[in-house]
Ligand binder design. Sequence first.
Ligand code: TMP
Length: 213
Amino acid sequence: MALFISLEGCEGCGKSTQAKRLTAGLQRHGYRVTRTYEPGGTPLGEQLRRYLKKSRDAAISAEAELLLFAAARSQLTRNVILPALKQGHVVICDRYADSTVAYQGYGRGLPLDTIATVNHLATGGLQPDLVLLLDMDPSRALQRKKQPRDRFEHEVVEFHERVRYGYLELARSDPSRWTVIDASGSFARTTQYIWQTVSPLLDRYSLLQQSPE
Ligand code: TMP
């Protein structure tokens, strides 16, 4: 039995730091963990990451952007995430398909049903068991980011507010899979909230590992 956890949220909310801390915490408890991120984590994904984040090409259409993220996700799912889950690892992914709903759907305004179809193709239907949404005011979160900013960090604040709204809608529509974590406090506080959410799941996970099935 494996466990798949994704971390979602706006730029600067501390996802990457928390993904590292959660990985370290799980490893201290003896779990085998694969930590990865989107876009990236495979040779194709890394190339796409550089292009999607750093390109100055203002003419990338929202549709092209959607498909590039999906291509990166397809590689990561099949070459990294599914094999790790098969080996019984806990997989921690810094962003997954819900980022596309929030950014290309709510942020860019692409139809949500199209995004669902593309996401399904990219993931083969795989969904995280738990989505941790690190929520905070996007303007404050962006202030935490180091310069220079990338293509998304250059977007106007209204874009980031739509992304945040999208995330909160997703969390509201599926509370059994999503947990909203207040990420506006210190990193240590956020780490604590995350651990309080993940540890009850681990108890279940350990029991399942020991069960005869
Ligand atoms: P980050 O991993 O440093 O947050 O950078 C990834 C950027 O790409 C971030 O601005 C969010 C954006 N993004 C999308 O727009 N759609 C997606 O599906 C994913 C995975 C990321």
